[in-house]
Design a binder for this molecule. Structure first.
Ligand SMILES: [Zn+2]
Length: 238
């Protein structure tokens, strides 16, 4: 991506100034409200990939999503970083949903397609993806297209991650005591759509909003998304 002046840092800062001015103009109380309240209902665990900015792709405002992102959205039970985020989100913020979301064209899944070493600490971090690849070996052998193979590995990685989340004692406690929900999802970069993989607490396939036939409305706390035939979505701020 290229920017005016070829200085990405200065461009990003000036872009922030413009965004802050716009938000203040749109709603003078916006930042005050944001400062005084932190009550997200969703914990999103996703990949660090620059093309998967959770709040943007969910169409939600700042304050709606508590976030943990790492390379290839790997849930390692011994990773204190992930564990601390889950603990704070579930115990203190009392989020209602945990969404673990993988995505297409993931660099992590791609790095494990072959036996070439990823190098440095990456090899250690991506170990669980190598295990996933080994588990899928017979299915992967029948597929020629690397893109499809990456998706298969990335989806299985979500399944494994959801299983680790469901085995987390804090998560288990809050599922039981207050109905915390855990979901496994997949973001397709080529269409911008998120699919519910039907994993976790509901274990049923819930599709992304239909793009066929009659209009379907998804009401959010701050915005209303309207999906119509042809996939055209409108957003109305409340
Ligand atoms: Zn990724």
């Amino acid at each position: 991506m290229t920017y005016p002046n070829d200085d990405e840092f200065l461009y990003a800062l000036s872009s922030n100034q413009a965004w802050a001015s716009y938000k203040s103009h749109q709603n003078p109380a916006f930042f005050k409200t944001l400062t005084n309240e932190h009550a997200p209902s969703i914990l999103w665990i996703g990949c660090a990939d620059s093309r998967v900015p959770e709040t943007t792709i969910l169409g939600l405002p700042p304050g709606a999503v508590f976030v943990h992102r790492n390379f290839a959205n790997i849930i390692s039970p011994t990773d204190i970083n992930t564990a601390a985020v889950i603990e704070h989100a579930v115990v203190n913020l009392k989020v209602k949903h945990i969404i673990l979301c993988g995505h297409s064209a993931c660099d992590g899944a791609r790095a494990t397609l072959t036996d070439s070493r990823a190098g440095g600490v990456l090899e250690t971090w991506l170990t669980s993806l190598r295990v996933v690849r080994a588990q899928l070996a017979s299915q992967l052998a029948t597929i020629r297209d690397d893109h499809t193979k990456e998706i298969m590995i990335a989806e299985k990685n979500v399944e494994v991650g959801v299983a680790v989340l469901m085995a987390n004692s804090t998560v288990q406690e809050h599922i039981k005591s207050r109905g915390l929900e855990v979901h496994g999802c997949f973001f397709d970069i080529s269409s911008g759509r998120i699919r519910d993989l039907g994993l976790g607490t509901r274990m049923s396939t819930r599709r992304a909003p239909s793009t066929n036939g009659t209009a379907e409305t998804v009401r959010g706390k701050h915005a209303q998304l309207v999906f119509r035939e042809g996939g055209v979505a409108g957003m109305e701020a409340r």
